[in-house]
Design a protein around this ligand. Structure first.
Ligand code: F0G
Length: 457
């Protein structure tokens, strides 16, 4: 088999600062063992997130220069509107500065005390924005999705039986909206099949509930449909994406992922009356409806990013990078979430460091060690992020899983950068049994992972 190469060459370079172990020890202490507290200049390979961290193409940089900075009626808005309409088929296109701005606007209108919004799995800002309105975010993932080692092609799917019972039990007036997230980030970036989405769409429509996609990674999801779902291998990605969006009535998009830009988002829909209410709210906090908190040049770069993201060579390379990393880690004896997704490789830290109980944050222990050894910044998605304290006993409560996400920025790192990450892991495997846990010494009342201070045990 031939190597799948990066389908780009490098024209501008940004130097990486190769730090020493001593420098990293100092930086880590200053950050109170929380990698969110590090200065980016002290990180060698930054795998914290794939959100807004990608590299733009020559055509996108050229588009920036063409951005129309008019307050009202910007040419760049009309260009973006056309590209999004062609891609999704939705009539109304509202630009926003990022995904959570679209969430706040849409749920601000549709959410309220006593309402429930189902989804395969809500991303954390989505859940937070729903619950901020008093509504409840209901997760209906497959049971398999919570088993890291279970292999299934579409582990991101909605549990259809659970959705059916939820819709049967809940009065229509209590469900202002139904969601599905593609790909399902929270369960490991796992894709959702078209067959599953067709059923989800049918169930929502039968109940008379509007259906929106959280489509931050629509292109990556479409790639998996083409690769893994029977009957789609010969279809074009544009056609698959069109069908995906046609099953829903609208979408929220954080363009910082598959929009291939560093900032941007989209709220799009068919319902003209709802769109008007969204625009009214947009003006209040984001900006006029033809820019929505973005500069004209941001919209121009996004329009171009959306034209590029369905390139099969790009998606094939991106998937190859994730697979390359995941397979090498497995060979080295590091358990990962299976099958490998595309935007990230997730390490099962609880299985990898069985000597560290969940309350002692095995995921955080692994993150700290990756940074100390290789200057790699990964993100804990486990007890530090989602666990808490039992109000009755005052004891820490673990989250369902303790994972570490190695998130792959788009078009940023090459195979040798991944080789570095693999070598750090290979080295670490020998010493893994000696790693110790961490204890939280200070935490905020919500979203504690971002600012918590920690101490090694
Ligand atoms: N929906 C999904 C599925 C996401 O993954 C994200 C962000 C959002 C919505 C919110 O978008 O950040 O533009 O406001 N995910 C990033 C991550 C932050 O690291 O996974 P945003």
């Amino acid at each position: 088999m031939k190597t799948i190469i990066e389908p780009f060459r490098i024209k501008t370079v940004e130097p990486l600062r190769i730090t020493s172990r001593e420098e990293r020890e100092r930086a880590l202490k200053q950050a109170h063992f929380n990698l969110f507290g590090l200065k980016a200049r002290d990180v060698i390979i930054d795998l914290l997130t794939d959100s807004g961290t990608g590299a733009m193409s020559t055509r996108q940089w050229a588009a920036l220069m063409m951005g129309d900075e008019s307050y009202a009626g910007s040419e760049s808005f009309f260009e973006l509107e056309q590209v999004v309409r062609d891609l999704t088929g939705y009539r109304h296109v509202i630009p926003v500065h990022q995904g959570r701005a679209a969430e706040r606007i849409l749920f601000g209108i549709l959410g309220a005390e006593g309402k429930k919004i189902p989804n395969n799995t809500h991303f954390d800002t989505t859940k937070a924005n729903i619950e901020f309105t008093g509504a409840k975010a209901v997760d209906l993932p497959l049971a398999q999705a919570l088993e890291p080692s279970a292999e299934a092609p579409f582990k991101g799917n909605m549990d259809l039986e659970a959705l059916e019972s939820f819709l049967e039990e809940t009065p229509k007036e209590e469900i202002p909206l139904g969601l599905a997230t593609v790909t399902n980030n929270t369960v490991g970036g796992q894709p959702v099949s078209l067959a599953n989405l067709r059923e989800v769409s049918r169930l929502y429509r039968a109940k008379g509930v509007p259906f929106f996609l959280d489509a931050a990674r629509f292109a990556e999801n479409a790639w998996f449909i083409k690769q893994r779902e029977e009957g789609h291998a010969d279809r074009g990605l544009e056609e698959i994406v069109r069908e995906l969006f046609s099953l829903a009535d609208g979408c929220l998009i954080s363009a910082k992922k598959d929009g291939l830009v560093n900032i941007g988002g989209i709220l799009a829909m068919n319902d003209g009356e709802l769109a008007q209410r969204c625009r009214d709210l947009l003006i209040l906090t984001e900006g006029f409806p033809t820019y929505g908190g973005l500069a004209g040049r941001d919209m121009a770069a996004l329009a171009q990013g959306l034209r590029e993201v369905l390139d099969p060579d790009y998606l094939s390379y991106r998937h190859a990078s994730a697979r390359y990393l995941a397979e090498a880690l497995e060979r080295a004896g590091v358990p990962t979430v299976k099958p490998a997704g595309i935007h990230a490789v997730y390490v099962d830290a609880r299985a990898f460091l069985p000597q560290i109980p969940p309350e002692e944050l095995p995921g955080q222990s692994l993150c700290v060690e990756l940074y100390l050894r290789g200057g790699i910044r990964a993100v804990e998605i486990g007890t530090l992020m989602f666990g808490g304290t039992d109000p009755a006993t005052g004891r820490p409560t673990p989250s369902e899983l303790d994972l570490v996400r190695l998130t792959l920025p788009r078009r940023v790192y090459t195979q040798s950068h991944f080789d570095w990450v693999i070598e750090v892991f290979e080295d670490l495997v020998r010493d893994a049994p000696a790693l110790r846990g961490y204890r939280i010494v200070r935490e905020a009342p919500f979203l504690r992972a971002f600012t918590a201070r920690l101490e090694p045990l």
